[in-house]
Design a protein around this ligand. Structure first.
Ligand code: PGA
Length: 242
């Protein structure tokens, strides 16, 4: 695992965008595994800048996202489909029919999950998976637990996750309690993984991620056995690494 420490959020975002851009330049029909949340917003802005400057072409790129809230439609402003459209897809030349986010309204959630894993295979696997990390160590919505799922699945969100995400909603009662998330298998099969984190509230979990120990109670620690992981953090998030 390669850990790069950048001065602040802006520098972290620039560096992460360069890592993503390198993959797109090397393979113009690559499959990007994408993430939502507060952390990647500036990185997506950087990618949009690179596209506008003529540095990047997304016309052959496909993408597949980690997760979606159960019960939100793609046009709900807090859905992850809406996030991806407004923070990235609407501003670049990606073919939206080649961008995939779980359907939060699927009647048969189990079938939706099964199809999502098939979709990853059909795409030929993920070239680079972008990840944020929850203060509780979740990646996607793989929440801490005794057992973790390898496959895409419907999951209940932890109270701490609901609290952390409430800032995006009018009030905490509006935060969905369930989500569909890619499992640890889907994430770990990506050829490369890029995890980004910023701020003091991520310092403890980043220390755990760099500890050399693995526990399902901090799902991100599993990444330590993946052969190609880059972690880009700002100084605050890196402050407890020994
Ligand atoms: P954040 O979320 O980027 O909003 O901190 C990260 C995550 O929960 O995975």
């Amino acid at each position: 695992m390669r850990i790069l420490v950048e001065k602040n959020y802006e520098a972290m975002s620039k560096r992460a965008a360069e890592e993503m851009a390198a993959v797109i330049k090397e393979k113009n029909d690559c499959v990007l595994g994408l993430a939502t949340g507060g952390t990647p917003v500036a990185m997506y802005k950087e990618l949009i800048n690179m596209y506008e400057n003529g540095e990047l072409d997304f016309s052959k790129v496909s993408s597949i996202n980690l997760d979606e809230y159960r019960g939100l439609s793609g046009d709900h402003p807090q859905s992850y489909r809406y996030f991806m459209n407004t923070n990235l897809f609407n501003h670049i030349n990606i073919d939206k029919s080649k961008t995939f986010v779980p359907n939060g309204l699927a009647e048969d959630a189990e079938k939706e999950c099964e199809n999502y894993d098939k979709k990853i295979e059909e795409l030929g696997g993920i070239d680079i998976q972008l990840l944020g990390i929850g203060p509780n160590g979740h990646i996607g919505f793989n929440e801490p637990d005794e057992y973790l799922n390898t496959r895409t699945h419907l999951t209940k969100l932890e109270e701490t996750t609901i609290e952390a995400n409430a800032r995006f909603f009018d009030n905490i009662d509006e935060v969905p309690r369930e989500a569909i998330t890619m499992g640890l298998g889907g994430i770990m099969k990506a050829k490369r993984i890029l995890l980004i984190a910023s701020g003091k509230n991520k310092a403890e979990v980043i220390e755990a991620l760099a500890s050399g120990k693995i526990t399902t109670q901090i799902p991100a620690t599993l990444l330590q056995v993946h052969p190609n992981v880059t972690v880009i953090v700002d100084e605050e998030a890196a402050s407890l690494i020994k």
